[in-house]
Design a protein. Structure first.
Length: 420
């Protein structure tokens, strides 16, 4: 049945794109896809009719749904029938409000995903955020080179008139081949869009300068904490250039970028603490970025609550050790959750942290009592881990205003909340 739905979605998407001819901005990468997608949407939604993929609908079933305007996949045959009916109506009767720009997030969870999706979701602009030495989902690939080659299929799908927006700081991404024009971004001086003077030392947000064609464009990203948002801003700037917007007009548009729930968002905690909520997901590069943000932010004490980074395969041991070693350099307490908890603990002790300041638990719910005992006024607490560890449950337990959970936290829908 899934194969049938997948085939029907492909056909309807092809026909919708042929009929409405939207500009397609496709985004892939091991980290930063969703934040970049959200950033592109926020920056340009008041300039042209723009639609983005909902949530993390980025698979062979989820990604095409953005073209039908659906925010979630069907649950059962009846819901899928209604989705396909909506698609047919869009084809039979012209929708004057159909988006002019579609921002689609594409995942490479397994080999062949990007090749399949880019075969019919043919982008006009393709953004590759990062691959990294140890990408998420690498357990389904032999090595990072294979992951990069899969993601490269997206920029290879571009026509000569297309634009490939590539991370110059990631050696796997910067070397990707395409017949389209390349626009690179990053901290390297030879990038087209250069990130300079990044600072994230306040819970109010981050400041940086983007340099393009010899001119500097200063920015302040309100509520955006951590250097990962510098890359989001730079890639969105490059998208704006690709859309033909004058660089001097982009600073104001980029100032609209905000963190989505669970992506290093600042939340007020109990006992006048500050929570840096990274509970959406985790990979080695995003975990290190979040820890750097914790290190730079002002706080009486630094507490890292770290869940497993999943789907790393044979790299899991060493990557969790790296996290433990780095956290031990500046954290007052570490709470480690999941299968790899002992690796983080051992590495932190080896790096010189006192064993009594490290706590290990198998499940996120087990953290709460001990964490609540320890936190004090003006502490800053990072909570981050892969989706399967359900770190948002910890954030909910220690947030000051739990009645705002549906507004501020991720995975608050009934199916998620009831899932064990």
């Amino acid at each position: 049945m899934k194969k049938i739905f997948q085939f029907l979605l492909k056909i309807i998407t092809i026909l919708l794109v042929r009929k409405y001819s939207p500009t397609i901005i496709a985004i892939t990468g091991s980290v930063g896809k969703t934040s970049t997608k959200d950033g592109v949407y926020e920056a340009f939604c008041d300039w042209r009719r723009t639609r983005k993929s909902s949530g993390n609908l980025n698979t062979e079933i989820g990604a095409p749904l953005v073209f039908l305007g659906e925010k979630r996949a069907g649950r059962g045959i009846k819901e899928w029938a209604l989705i396909f009916l909506k698609g047919l109506l869009l084809l039979l009767k012209r929708d004057k409000d159909y988006p002019e720009i579609v921002v689609a997030e594409l995942a490479a969870d397994k080999p062949g995903d990007i090749e399949y999706l880019s075969g019919f979701i043919k982008p006009d602009i393709a953004v590759v955020t990062a691959v990294g030495k140890v990408p998420v989902h690498i357990e389904f690939y032999r090595n990072a080179d294979e992951v990069a080659k899969e993601k490269e299929k997206l920029v290879m799908a571009l026509s000569q008139s297309g634009k490939a927006i590539l991370n110059a700081d990631d050696p796997y991404v910067s070397q990707m081949q395409t017949k389209a024009e390349k626009i690179t971004f990053g901290t390297k001086k030879d990038a087209d869009v250069v990130i300079k003077d990044f600072k994230s030392t306040s819970t109010d947000g981050s400041s940086l300068t983007l340099s393009y064609q010899g001119k500097d464009y200063p920015l302040f990203l309100s509520k955006c904490i951590g250097d990962s948002f510098a890359y989001v801003a730079a890639s969105v700037f490059a998208v704006g250039i690709s859309l033909g917007i004058e660089p001097k007009r982009l600073s104001k548009r980029l100032s609209k970028i905000r963190p989505a729930n669970g992506r290093q968002q600042i939340i007020k905690g109990k006992k006048e603490t500050i929570i840096l909520d990274g509970s959406y997901n985790a990979a080695p590069s995003s975990m290190m970025s979040a820890l750097r943000a914790l290190k730079d932010l002002p706080g009486k004490r630094k507490i890292a609550v770290l869940g497993d980074m999943l789907e790393l395969g044979r790299f899991s041991n060493e990557e969790h050790r790296k996290i433990g070693r780095f956290a031990a350099e500046f954290c007052d307490y570490i709470f480690s959750v999941g299968e790899w908890k002992e690796e983080i603990k051992r590495a932190a002790i080896h790096a010189g942290m006192k064993e009594e300041n490290i706590f290990v638990f198998s499940k996120s719910e087990q953290v709460i009592d001990e964490l609540e005992k320890i936190i004090l006024e003006k502490d800053i607490i990072l909570v981050k881990g892969s989706q399967g560890i359900r770190m948002e449950r910890i954030v909910f337990a220690i947030m000051r205003d739990p009645e705002r959970a549906e507004e501020l936290l991720i995975r608050q829908e009934s199916p998620w909340k009831n899932k064990k």
